[in-house]
Design a protein around this ligand. Sequence first.
Ligand code: SF4
Length: 413
Amino acid sequence: MKNVIEDVACASCCCVCDEIQVTTDGQQITEVQTPCLQGQAWFDRSSQSEHLEPSVKGVAVSHLEAIQRAAELIQQAQSPLIYGMYQSATDSQRAAISLADQIGATIDTGAASATRALQQVGEASCTLGEVRSRADLIIYWGADAFRGTECHRNSLNRRAADLPRKIVTISGEETDFGDNVDQSISLEPGNELELIWSLRALLKDIDLEENQSAGLSTSDLQSLVSLIRQSQYIVIFFGPEFKRGPFAHRNIEALSLLVREIQAERRCHTLNVPGVGETRGAETVLAWQTGYAASVNFAAGYPRYSPREYSANQLLEQTETDLCILVGAQPLSGLSELALERLSETPLILTGPVAFEQFKTEVFLPTGVSGIHFPGVVYRLDGTPIPLRGYLPTGLPSEADVLSEIRALLKRT
Ligand code: SF4
C-alpha cells in the first residue's frame, strides 16, 4: 500500500536534512525527494542491506553463529579496538561504549582533532537556525563543499529578507557556486595559523609587514578585518580543508582564541563542518558516558584518555591492537594509510549496514539502517540532536542489537 511520509530525516551527512518526503509501498522505498545524490544513495541502502548475510571468514553463517564467533575472538584478544560509528545513531554509540567497557577495549572515533582542540579551549557555537536568522557575516574556511550543498543554501535562503549578509570564503581552491561572495581569500594550505595570528594583530591595530601576513596582501587582510568590524553576528564554518594535517587541533585552538577576542565587541561563533567519516555525535555520547570525548581506553577497568596513545591510528600503526571491531557504514574513514595497511593484517569484526571488500573480515554482522528501519537520534553538525524514524520493516537487527547480543553472550561465558 502506497504510504507517503513527510519530514523524514536523512542521516547520511552532518546536515541531517529533515524535510524529505519518502514514498514507500510498505516494504520498500519507491521514491525519495532528496536534495542530493548522496542522500539518494543513503536511502537506497535500505534495499541493499536486505541482501547482506552474516558471515565468518567470508562464508555465510547464521546470525547466532556469527555472534558466537565474534564473542570467541573478543575473548581471545588482549588489546581490542572499537572504531567507527559514523552515521550510527546514539543507541549504537552507547552500545559500542558499553562493549568497550566490558571487554577493556580502546574506543575511538574519526573526530579526534576537533575533539582534542575543543577539550582544550572550548567552543563558542550556535545552531543553524541562529545562523539563518542572525548572522550578518558568514566565513567559510576550508568548507566550500559544505557551502555548495543545496540543503545549506536553501536553509540560508529562508532567512528574513531584510537581513543584510556578507559572505567570505577562505580556501586553497577556487570554487564558484554562482552565489555572491563578498570576499574570496585564496590561502596556501599550512598557512592557517599565520592568517589567524595576522587577523588577531590587525584587530588589535598592530601593523603588519608584507612578509608577516600568511602570503596575503595586507589590503586583503584589512578588508576582512573591516568586514568583521562592521558585523554584529559572525559565524565561521571551518571544514575539512582547515583541519588537514597532524596539527589540525592547533588550528582549531587558534581559531577559538581569535573568536574569543572578536567576541569582546560582537557575537562570533564557530561551527565545525565534519569531513566524510568524521563523526558528529559519537564524541558527545562518549563524553557523557566516560567523561572523555575520544580515544578512551578501558583496559584498567575505568576510562582513561590519551589523545595520542589511544588514538585508533596510533594503535594500528604501532600494531598495538590484536582485534578491531568496526561499527557503522563507513568505519575506515579517518584512518591513515599506514593504519589501513596494518588493519589488513588485523582480525576484524564488522557490524553495520554495508559490507566492504577491501579487507577480509573474520566476522561480518549486517544490520538495518537507523533512520529507515529503526528509530534513533543523530547529531547535526551544530550539535542539535535530530530524531530519526523507523518506517520500513527488516529482518536484520540494529547495530545496537548486535553489540548488545555480543555483550550478553560474553557475560554468560
Ligand atoms: S545534504 Fe546530507 S543530510 Fe541532506 S540529503 Fe544530502 S546527504 Fe542527506
